[in-house]
Design a protein around this ligand. Structure first.
Ligand code: BG6
Ligand code: MG
Length: 233
C-alpha cells in the first residue's frame, strides 16, 4: 500500500480468520456516482424549490432513493403519488448519466485491486443501496469480476440493517466471518459491522471511523495488505 494510505489509516481489533469473500458497496467505492447523484438531486430540488446543496447531499450517502427524498423534504408531507413521480424523475435524470458511464468511471485503483482479489481466488460481491446497481456494474465493465450483485430491494431492511451484506455472503456461499466489506457511507459501515464482517471504511474518519480499518480509498491498496491487516497477524 502507498504511504499516504498507511498514514491516514487506523485499525480496530477484529478476530483473525481467513478471508474468502470481498463485498463492495458500489457508489463511492467502485465509482464516483456520488457526484451524479448530487447533480440529479440538485436539478430536481431546483425545479421543485426544495432547499439543497452539496453539504446536504453528503448526508444522503448510502441512503436509498426514497429515504434521500424524504430527508430532503425535511418533514414536508406530499401525497404518495407525487413522491413517486419525483423519485421517477430523479432516476430518469440519473439514468442519463449512467448511459455515459464506461470503465473510465472506475475510481483509481479499483481495476488493479479487483485483479488481485480474483487472482487470490477470493469470491466477490457488490451490495448496494442502488436500484441501478446492475446497469452501473455493466457500464463499468466489471460484471465478469463480480460473482454476485445484490441491492437493498432484494432484502427486507435497507442499510444500516445488516441484511444486504448477509444476503451477499449467502449468495456467495460464505459465512459473515469469511467476508470483508468495503464501504464509504456511515450507514453502510454500521450495516457491515452489524453483519459481523470485517469492515474497511473508505473516506474521512468523521464518516467511516467506526470501521475496523479506515483508508482514503482503494487506490494503492493491495489484497496482501488486507490479509496482513486482518489475518496474518
Ligand atoms: C446509494 C448512494 O448507493 O444508492 C445514494 O450512496 C443513492 O446516494 C442510493 O441515493 C440509491 O440509488 P438509486 O440508484 O437507486 O437511486
Ligand atoms: Mg456508497
Amino acid at each position: 500500500m502507498n504511504s499516504s494510505a498507511s498514514v491516514m489509516s487506523s485499525t480496530r481489533s477484529v478476530p483473525s480468520v481467513a478471508l474468502r469473500g470481498a463485498i463492495f458497496d458500489m457508489d463511492g467505492v467502485l465509482t464516483d456516482t456520488i457526484e451524479f447523484h448530487y447533480q440529479t438531486w440538485q436539478r430536481l430540488a431546483d425545479e421543485e424549490g426544495i432547499p439543497f446543496d452539496r453539504q446536504a447531499n453528503e448526508a444522503l450517502r448510502g441512503l436509498s432513493r426514497r429515504d434521500s427524498l424524504l430527508r430532503m423534504l425535511d418533514g414536508r408531507r406530499l401525497p404518495e403519488e407525487t413522491i413517486q413521480t419525483l423519485l421517477d424523475r430523479k432516476n430518469q435524470y440519473f439514468r442519463e448519466f449512467v448511459e455515459t458511464m464506461t470503465s473510465e468511471h472506475l475510481l483509481p485503483g479499483v481495476r488493479s485491486f479487483l485483479d488481485e482479489v480474483r487472482a487470490a481466488g477470493i469470491k466477490t460481491a457488490v451490495a448496494s443501496a442502488s436500484q441501478n446497481v446492475y446497469a452501473v456494474i455493466e457500464q463499468l465493465g466489471i460484471a465478469e469480476d463480480i460473482d454476485t450483485i445484490t441491492n437493498v430491494y432484494c432484502v427486507d431492511r435497507p442499510k444500516p440493517a445488516p441484511d444486504v451484506f448477509l444476503h451477499a455472503a449467502e449468495q456467495l456461499g460464505l459465512s459473515p466471518q469469511d467476508c470483508v466489506v468495503f464501504e464509504d457511507a456511515e450507514s453502510g459501515v454500521e450495516a457491515a459491522l452489524a453483519a459481523k464482517m470485517r469492515v474497511v471504511g473508505l473516506g474521512p474518519a468523521e464518516r467511516v471511523g467506526a470501521a475496523h480499518w479506515v483508508l482514503p480509498g482503494l487506490d494503492g491498496l493491495h489484497w496482501s495488505d488486507v490479509t496482513a491487516k486482518f489475518v496474518d497477524r
